[in-house]
Design a protein around this ligand. Structure first.
Ligand code: ZN
Length: 382
């Protein structure tokens, strides 16, 4: 396998990295829509995250990479083996990373049911598609706005349900399809329909890094990596391992983070202030805030967690664009957060710490901390 630039060595793009990490802690956040120009770190970050995640234990020979320890989520084939009293042989494989080509057809994505075979033999035969390969991994779609709307629809359905259901002529087949969906788009090349945008859990707008110090550090690391990838990887392996451990600890700690009535109320007020309809935004905010608290090793949700979650979960769901009053809606969101902060909802000034603990240090402070250069108001940034 070719070497990949380490996730924790990516400079800047803090919201993108944070959104990806939180989806790794909690895939049911619903993925990330990444908006931005070409040449930003989108693909590097998504690939890097998959490479960072630990190998998965999977049933040998299963096209869906079933987890032998989760018998409730087995595919039909593995379930049949189990019911026949056979052991499920398992082995480790890397966390899947699937790069979906923009030309992908629905058949290629969901797989195909061989109806003629069913008619001839009475047995179903299924050719797995992309959703099978992506199970328990990361599905990356570059330029998702150029993909056929119907295919995006199917992908988002599977992402939300964790299962891929294929039906043809009264015959149905389903298999597990739990994956982190990362879609990128360049808004200059056309928008995604709002109905589709809304179903991505989070969104991030990435742009070129303008800070000279950060740009210098990006160059320094890129040159060092190109010069000698093995040495570069070795130098970052401790940082990668530390982040991996934090993600795993976050997964473990998720169930211990309480969502209080105050958190629910705050989520509802944030969504109302942003002028967003429906409950998807509130749910995304709460799941994201909870994941961030768990990732940071806390058992309560802070205003900083909610501010981060609002920043990631609201903008792509706003009805009004920046020129149509959307900006003033975001000011209202900020005021709701400031009020919550004053009201003394649990606030942790260090709500967001660096994603790259233990990494080689460079310069003063920690420019990788997501809120290092953001506006500060009380204990949160927005
Ligand atoms: Zn299976």
């Amino acid at each position: 396998m070719p070497q990949l630039f380490p996730f924790s060595a990516i400079v800047g793009q803090d919201d993108l990295r944070r959104a990806l990490v939180l989806n790794a802690v909690r895939p049911d956040i619903g993925g990330v829509l990444v908006r931005g120009e070409r040449g930003t770190a989108k693909s590097t970050a998504a690939r890097g995250l998959a490479a960072l995640l630990p190998p998965i234990r999977a049933v040998v020979g299963c096209p869906y990479a079933c987890d032998p320890d989760r018998t409730a989520q087995l595919c039909e084939r593995c379930m049949a083996l189990l019911e026949d009293g056979l052991d499920l042989p398992s082995g480790l494989r890397p966390t899947p990373f699937v790069d979906l080509p923009v030309s992908a057809t629905e058949d290629r994505v969901v797989g195909t049911l061989d109806i003629e075979h069913v008619l001839a033999t009475g047995e179903r035969r299924f050719e797995p598609g992309v959703l099978a390969s992506a199970n328990r991994g990361l599905l990356y779609i570059d330029e998702v706005n150029l993909l056929d709307d119907h295919v995006v629809d199917v992908l988002l359905d599977a992402a939300a349900m964790g299962v891929n259901v294929v039906e043809r002529e009264g015959v149905s087949f389903s298999h597990p399809a739990r994956f982190i969906l990362v879609g990128t788009m360049n808004p200059e090349e056309g928008e995604l329909r709002p109905q589709l945008t809304d179903r991505f859990g989070l969104s991030v707008t990435v742009g070129a890094v303008h800070d000279v110090e950060l740009r210098t550090e990006i160059l320094r690391r890129r040159l060092a990596y190109d010069d000698d990838p093995d040495t570069f990887m070795a130098r970052w392996s401790a940082s990668e391992a530390a982040l991996r451990e934090r993600i795993l600890a976050g997964r473990d700690g998720l169930g211990r983070v309480d969502i209080t009535d105050n958190d629910l109320r705050l989520a509802a007020r944030l969504v109302a202030a942003a002028g967003v309809d429906g409950h998807r935004a509130e749910i995304a905010i709460l799941k994201t805030a909870q994941a961030n608290a768990a990732f940071e090793g806390r058992t309560t949700i802070s205003v900083a967690d909610m501010a981060l979650a609002a920043r990631l979960a609201l903008p792509h769901r706003q009805r009004r664009g920046p020129l149509e009053g959307g900006s003033s809606d975001m000011v209202a969101v900020h005021e709701v957060l400031a009020q919550a902060d004053r009201d003394g909802l649990e606030t942790a000034a260090d709500g967001m710490t660096s994603l790259a603990d233990g990494q080689p240090q460079h310069g003063k402070g920690d420019p990788l901390a997501p809120d290092a250069d953001g506006p500060k108001s009380g204990g949160f940034s927005f």
